[in-house]
Design a protein around this ligand. Structure first.
Ligand code: GN1
Ligand code: MG
Length: 372
């Protein structure tokens, strides 16, 4: 939840990015778990607005790198979209950084926090839960589109903004370090369940990193956080039109993205679901997502890519559960919480989802090897 005090700061910062236009309004925007986001309206008539964001300095050690990556990605995508013959006949957009008054792509406030602005994509709709198969197919298309658009960008041009992000063994190591001393004894039954759930799955934790070091999977530019809320649909056509939240864009495995997109979009109850017994991995949504993805990016999937798709979705759901649980044990230092115990509930949801993914292993493997 964004505090009123922070909104006041946003009011003070917004003019630095507004150029000659006057700031009309500043309102908290979206449900991100990490940064603080505002929609700024500007101008005298209906001159639109822009997104203003305070980057979370505890999460991103080098906020200037996050901003620099967005510039590289936006330039690359705009260039690709402008090339002759590039049109797919569909709207596709990318948030573009807006420079501050001094020409820099960020503004540092008195507390040392980094603020940045980017274009607001009009008529875009975001949702925290997948609505139906059509929505899922569009989400898959969106991920495929951005992978295809970034496929010819040298990953070395992107800075790693979060070292080790999606390298599950690193999260496990951290968990093992803190778990022994964590003194959180409320919700003891749930805590015991999570601990046991993790212990039973130690063997699979290195599956993607091992495949990467054996040369079975290659590093490409990836989005890093392709959950359903980050895939915008055009309000009028209902079709995917952009992927937002490019903070974690960087060199990585497309399996991190595919795994994350599938674990997010095939869970119709969403990440904050209250009724655990309703959490399941929906195989029809999975088929829809892969259908949409393959339309755009199927051409570059190798046999190894397909062979490790099941492992990816299982692992990334598990990893997110592990991250939420570790954060709960550490007193909620990373993910924003709106009530005590929220990170534990989120972990329970992801572990329940992981179990459901495991129960559908054969069907997921069959889909991963299908031609759509
Ligand atoms: C965080 O801030 P947001 O909601 O875009 C997190 C993702 C998680 C996601 C789960 C930088 O993303 O990795 O999958 O929450 N981003 C970071 O909702 O850690
Ligand atoms: Mg994010």
């Amino acid at each position: 939840m964004v505090s009123h005090k922070l909104e006041d700061v946003a009011w003070q910062i917004a003019p630095f990015f507004a150029g000659k236009l006057s700031v009309k309004g500043v309102a908290a925007f979206g449900n991100g778990n990490v940064n603080d986001t505002f929609l700024v309206s500007v101008g005298v008539a209906d001159e639109g607005g822009f997104i203003l964001q305070r980057l979370n300095g505890r999460v991103f050690p080098d906020p200037a790198a996050v901003v620099a990556n967005l510039r590289v990605v936006a330039d690359h995508i705009l260039h690709r979209l402008g090339q002759a013959g590039a049109s797919t006949g569909r709207r596709w957009e990318v948030p573009v950084p807006i420079a501050a008054h001094d020409g820099l792509d960020f503004f540092v406030d008195q507390c040392g926090a980094y603020w940045r602005a980017m274009t607001f994509l009009a008529n875009g709709e975001s949702s925290d839960m997948v609505r139906d198969e059509h929505h899922a197919q569009e989400a898959g298309y969106g991920l495929g589109r951005i992978h295809a658009l970034l496929a010819d960008l040298d990953p070395a041009r992107l800075v790693v903004t979060l070292p080790g992000f999606h390298q599950t063994p690193m999260y496990l190591k951290h968990y093992q370090k803190i778990a022994a001393s964590a003194a959180n004894h409320e919700n003891a039954a749930e805590v015991r369940h999570c601990r046991r759930f993790i212990t039973e799955r130690l063997a699979m934790v290195g599956v993607l990193e091992d495949a990467r070091s054996q040369g079975k999977l290659v590093v490409r530019p990836i989005h890093g956080d392709p959950k359903i809320a980050n895939i915008l649909l055009d309000k009028e056509t209902g079709r995917a039109m952009a992927m937002v939240d490019l903070d974690t864009v960087g060199p990585g495995l497309i399996h991190y993205d595919l795994g994350d997109c599938l674990r997010s979009c095939c869970n119709p109850r969403g990440e904050e679901a209250a009724a655990l017994n309703e959490i399941r991995f929906d195989i029809d949504l999975c088929r829809a997502i892969l259908t949409g993805y393959m339309l755009e990016a199927g051409y570059f999937l190798t046999a190894n890519d397909r062979a490790l798709l099941y492992e990816a979705v299982r692992l990334i759901a598990f990893e997110l559960g592990l991250r939420f649980f570790s954060d709960y044990l550490e007193g909620d230092r990373y993910f924003t919480v709106r009530y005590p115990g929220q990170n534990l509930s989120r972990a329970m949801v992801q572990f329940q989802l992981t179990a459901s993914i495991e129960a559908r292993e054969d069907e997921i493997r069959t889909l991963a090897n299908s031609r759509f």
